[in-house]
Write a protein that binds this ligand. Structure first.
Ligand SMILES: Nc1ncnc2c1ncn2[C@@H]1O[C@H](COP(=O)(O)OP(=O)(O)OP(=O)(O)O)[C@@H](O)[C@H]1O
Ligand SMILES: [Mg+2]
Length: 372
């Protein structure tokens, strides 16, 4: 059984069409020719022999002429059919060549795509030539590869950062334990305190990572949730924390009904309000929390005073483990997953997160979720 490749099918199509139009042309020519030469007069065979007289000779000659014409026509027809058969063979060969030529970019694309794997995702088909369907297909595949490459790079960076962050508390624990072992007479109260703090941080980090995975996998139950209630609850929980830093929280707006996971949306609001408090001015800062429902769905806006932020810096804040300007980790600094988690939760709810520097310093964060 031959394989029904596109090349074979195109070849058969070309020469099939050639053969059909050849036969139609031949039939039409035959009919026209026969009409114009008058050879379609049918002469009974036996009539010649029975007749005699002066006209007989003439009639016989006439019949013979017609017979010759008919023979010539049939001879010509036969030859044309033979030539047509030959030309059909030629058209098969030409069709095969042309189809191969047309399909060559496709074969190149298949070969290249086949050898692209996780290791050489940076390769592209980069098909040259006119803008046609094949070029469009190649460009689409290139676009897909670019997105895949970015995604894989992001995942790798995330894994590297996560393991680095997880190693830090373990290394600190190790050094604290070393100190305690080398100096048994030392008062261990302080060491225990430090161990406790380091361990809490490791637990926070692991929990944040788990939360991020959960949101990314979209494995949660969806129910009607009012985003404004979540913001209210987060604000209330964090009020003492804000009071400690002398920061005022102002809430405004109305109900913002949406569909999603109550626990995750509460986490989203908590992360944003907590950030607004932690990354605020050292003294008498303000946080504004506004909720509402509009034509674009439910919105939550969290704004805070703070130091001036460059737009380029703001654009990178949602990246996991990026901690803005506070690169040097103080005891207070977080793990750098807060906004990444907010982004994952918003996207898992088919919503968006927008970060912008606030005029006069601080950050302006908008979360938009589909309306219930
Ligand atoms: N409301 C804000 N105002 C100003 N800067 C902010 C604000 N929110 C976040 N940032 C900046 O973005 C960085 C990343 O924030 P993110 O919440 O992701 O991490 P984090 O707060 O450092 O740690 P954690 O994971 O514990 O929340 C912060 O380190 C801070 O520099
Ligand atoms: Mg944070």
């Amino acid at each position: 059984m031959p394989q029904w490749t596109v090349r074979l099918r195109l070849t058969l199509l070309y020469s099939g069409l050639f053969l059909i139009s050849g036969l139609v042309l031949l039939a039409i020519t035959y009919v026209l020719f026969r009409d114009s030469t008058g050879v379609n007069v049918i002469v009974p065979e036996g009539s010649r022999t029975q007749k005699t007289g002066p006209n007989v000779e003439l009639e016989i000659r006439y019949h013979e002429a017609i017979q010759r014409s008919t023979d010539a026509l049939h001879q010509g027809l036969l030859r044309t059919v033979i030539v047509l058969a030959g030309m059909t063979l030629v058209s098969l060969a030409l069709g095969w060549l042309v189809a191969g030529r047309v399909l060559r970019p496709l074969r190149v694309m298949t070969a290249t795509t086949r050898q692209i794997s996780e290791r050489n995702l940076n390769e592209r088909l980069a098909l040259t030539g006119p803008r046609d369907e094949l070029k469009e297909l190649a460009d689409t595949i290139d676009g897909l590869l670019a997105r895949l490459e970015t995604h894989v790079a992001e995942q790798r960076r995330f894994a590297a950062n996560a393991s680095h962050e997880l190693r830090t508390p373990l290394a600190v624990t190790q050094s604290i334990l070393d100190v305690a072992r080398n100096d048994p007479d030392r008062d261990n109260g302080e060491l225990v305190e430090r161990l406790h703090a380091v361990n809490s941080r490791a637990i926070d980090l692991t929990q944040a990572l788990l939360l991020l995975t959960r949101a990314d996998q979209r494995s949660f139950e969806r129910e009607p949730v009012d985003l404004s209630l979540m913001a209210e609850e987060a604000t209330e929980t964090l009020l003492p924390f804000a009071a400690e830093r002398n920061i005022a929280i102002e809430t405004a707006g109305g109900p913002a009904p949406t569909i999603g996971s109550e626990a995750l949306l509460l986490q989203l609001a908590t992360n944003l309000v907590q950030n607004a408090i932690v990354h605020n001015l050292p003294e008498s800062g303000t946080v504004w929390v506004t909720t509402g429902a509009g034509p674009q769905g439910a919105t939550l806006v969290v704004e805070n005073t703070g130091e001036e932020l460059a737009p380029e810096l703001v654009a990178t804040l949602a990246e996991p483990f990026l901690r803005g300007s506070e690169r040097v980790r103080t005891g207070q600094s977080g793990v750098g997953l807060g906004i990444a988690i907010v982004k994952s939760i918003a996207e898992a709810h088919d919503g968006t997160l927008t970060l912008a520097p606030r005029e006069g310093g601080g950050l302006h964060v908008t979360v938009r979720l589909p309306a219930a």
